[in-house]
Design a protein around this ligand. Structure first.
Ligand code: AMP
Ligand code: TRP
Length: 352
């Protein structure tokens, strides 16, 4: 196997893999992005692009595992691309493209369907949450969703994957699939074992209405989340209404253990300001939420305003976004095509 020794991540531990390091991540075009998406993933995309080769996908094939209105899918895809750009992902540094434009995803997903075991998938907690009591009536695609995710990552031999904490189990599955492929076909180090990049206070942002649920696009209450498109007044109102308790801001982290809503707000403050949670507590200990919440709202507004302005500019200029997506798809196809040639050869298909 021809492998490139250049640009190997110094800290990368993937067993036997000798190729270059590469970052891959994706977001589903299923609605406006919120503060959880931004702090859990998008800010990391921006930080990584200067030092690493980065591929950022809009995963429309994942979106259609639940029905998407065909009249809206393309514009939803453009909106996520616009959010990447508005947050600071630079198309001259990182590749941005829609998943459905690059055939490697579906092809490798099929191969991986034949590598992954049914038992592995039946343990996936996100599937159980999404399917609920309805597990017989949801699409086969929703069940196989994490296999497609493994294919997304490994069609680029990506070594690092910036995601929120909810994706940890899917990343473990990707590693298991990579490992089993390498073992089954006797090609140690063919696929890297991709590592999640999850750290930081933004990795798990919770609902503003319920500290036990993650902030989510699909929560019926819009007050549960801050959308990147919310204006200053809406952001201030949502933080004002955020659930807390009658106490004060405590002076140490341990005191947050039984106060999930307060812990969440402190985490959001830390992630937006770049301070540690301890520093935030140092600044606000003993204050009531009548002081802390408006300070948090001001910080969020200041941080998000330029992003939402740029986002609206991109949404007013869809041609510009489409140009980025088209050129990104070409670049992504050029990286994945030779990898897929090798995969077919390793599996022994005719014509390889
Ligand atoms: P999705 O909207 O499900 O496509 O998620 C896109 C990215 O945002 C993934 O990396 C998720 O892990 C991350 N993410 C989603 N919700 C949250 C949250 N509440 N807190 C932190 N990260 C999140
Ligand atoms: N499953 C991820 C989510 O819901 C989205 C996703 C699809 C993804 N393919 C990926 C994330 C590959 C990282 C890498 O958030």
């Amino acid at each position: 196997m021809k492998q490139n020794q250049d640009n190997k991540g110094a800290d990368y531990q993937g067993a036997d893999y000798n190729g270059p390091s590469r970052v891959f991540s994706g977001m589903q075009p299923t609605g406006a992005l919120h503060l959880g998406n931004y702090l859990g993933a998008l800010t990391k995309f921006v930080d990584l692009q200067d030092e690493h080769e980065c591929v950022f996908c809009i995963v429309d094939l994942h979106a259609v595992t639940v029905f998407q209105d065909p009249k809206l899918l393309a514009s939803q895809t453009r909106e996520i691309a616009a959010a990447y750009l508005a947050a600071g992902v630079d198309p001259d540094k990182a590749i941005i493209y829609p998943q459905s434009q690059v055939a490697a995803h579906t092809e490798l997903a099929w191969f991986f369907n034949c590598v992954a075991r049914v038992g592995w998938l039946s343990r996936m907690t996100q599937f159980k949450d999404k399917a609920g009591k309805n597990s017989q009536a949801v699409s086969v695609g929703l069940y196989a969703y994490p296999v497609l995710q493994a294919a997304d990552i490994l069609a680029f031999k990506a070594t690092h994957v910036p995601v929120g904490e909810d994706q940890k189990q899917h990343l473990e599955l990707s590693r298991d699939i990579a490992q089993k492929f390498n073992n089954d076909f006797g090609v140690p180090g063919f696929f890297p074992l991709p590592e999640p990049l999850i750290k930081g206070p933004g990795a798990r942002i919770m609902s503003l209405r319920d500290g036990s649920k993650k902030m989510s696009k699909s929560d019926p209450s819009d007050n549960s989340r801050i959308n990147l498109t919310d204006d200053a007044e809406t952001i201030a109102k949502k933080f004002r209404k955020a659930r807390t308790d009658a106490g004060m801001v405590p002076d140490n982290i341990d005191a947050l253990a039984e106060r999930p809503e307060v812990k969440n707000l402190v985490g959001i403050y830390a992630a937006l300001s770049g301070m540690s949670e301890t520093q935030v507590l140092g600044e606000y200990a003993g204050q009531g939420f009548g002081v802390f919440k408006p300070a948090l709202a001001d910080l969020a507004v200041e941080h998000l305003r330029p992003i939402s302005t740029r986002l609206n500019d991109y949404l007013d200029n869809p041609d510009e976004v489409d140009k980025v997506l088209r050129s990104g798809a070409e670049k992504a196809a050029a990286i994945s095509a030779p990898i897929m040639d090798d995969v077919r050869r390793v599996m022994g298909f005719w014509g390889t």
